[in-house]
Design a protein around this ligand. Structure first.
Ligand code: CP
Length: 324
């Protein structure tokens, strides 16, 4: 049984295989529906709000010919409100579905769920912990936009403490060669020490930077994030962190012509909408690609072989040819 709980569980080869599958699925979906997961059911169990993760997982399952059951506000509308434990809920949902996609406000919730689950559990975000499927789609977007991942300089900007996508993406980047990561955050939301210790163990080059213009000027990829208001212990601390680092037209003019601006979304003021028209703004393409990465992940978790009907990918990973 394959659970997807955190980005550290992946090795480079698995990530490359997943991306190759995502590319094949992307090409195939344009030609119509698939039935690779016909007869299978996915449960989406979301204790926190979501637009992209829940809907793209559900669209992925439907496009693969499977079916979906869902509780989109599980904190209010599942039996959690009556006092049912997460573990009991998962035991029961596992009797109805073949895979469970779980978003929860507590770090470690997905691992707790996996420990009692009879079916694969996919972590769709566990509090300030991790968001591994977002990181996979982020990395897929980097590959699509840049044509490679090795040798890139990535600036992680914004809420690096509570921003779970940053943690997961940092772990995945550590699988690649000659990566350098600049961490740019307000003092209220520094990247956690345990993330930096992991980079040290893996020999990944990193630095802290307070000057966004300097980091942006050197970046191949600028990964902006939202200040996570809902996770701050006080409004005062949030207001101190909010609005410190904004991507706007002025910053764009300092960036390289071939740089890429990414954001896991939703945004809340940290990227000026005027930036959207710039070809370097990749965040909506990034979100769109998540569908195919999640299709590939569902196939993997449910043991569906892509087979020959999908054909071979249009370019090889080694060549690093981005899809049109
Ligand atoms: N990026 C992301 O997780 O978005 P949602 O909260 O809308 O799912």
């Amino acid at each position: 049984m394959i659970h997807v709980l955190g980005a550290k569980q992946f090795v480079r080869r698995e990530v490359e295989d997943l991306f190759a599958s995502a590319r094949r699925l992307e090409e195939r979906v344009k030609r119509g529906g698939l039935d690779l997961l016909r007869g299978r059911i996915m449960a989406t169990v979301f204790f926190e709000p979501s637009t992209r993760t829940r809907l793209s997982f559900e669209a992925a399952m439907l496009r693969l010919g499977g079916q979906v059951i869902s509780t989109e506000n599980a904190a209010q509308f599942s039996s959690a409100i009556k006092g049912e434990t997460l573990e009991d809920s998962i035991r029961v949902i596992g009797a109805y579905a073949d895979v469970i996609v779980l978003r929860h406000h507590e770090e470690g919730a997905a691992a707790r769920a996996a420990a009692v689950s009879s079916v694969p559990v996919i972590n769709a975000g566990d509090g300030p912990g991790e968001h591994p499927t977002q990181a996979l789609l982020d990395l897929y977007a980097i590959y699509r936009e840049k044509g490679r991942i090795d040798g890139l300089r990535v600036a992680m900007v914004g809420d690096l403490a509570y921003g779970r996508t940053v943690h997961s993406l940092t772990y995945l980047l550590s699988l690649f060669r000659e990566i350098h990561i600049d961490f740019v955050s307000p003092p209220e939301t520094p990247v956690p020490d345990h993330v930096l210790e992991y980079l040290e163990q893996r020999g990944v080059s990193w630095s802290r930077e307070t000057d966004l213009e300097r980091a942006a000027a050197q970046a191949d990829v600028l990964y902006q994030t939202r200040i996570q208001k809902e996770r701050f212990p006080s409004r005062e601390l949030y207001e101190r962190a909010y609005g410190r680092y904004v991507v706007d037209s002025g910053l764009l003019s300092r960036m390289r012509a071939d740089a890429v601006i990414m954001h896991p979304l939703p945004r809340a003021g940290e990227i000026d909408p005027a930036v959207d028209a710039d070809p370097r703004a990749a965040y909506f393409r990034q979100a769109a690609g998540g569908l195919y990465v999640r299709m590939a992940l569902l196939c993997r978790c449910l043991g569906a072989a892509l087979g020959t009907e999908l054909g071979k990918p249009a370019g090889s990973w080694r060549k690093g040819v981005p899809l049109a």
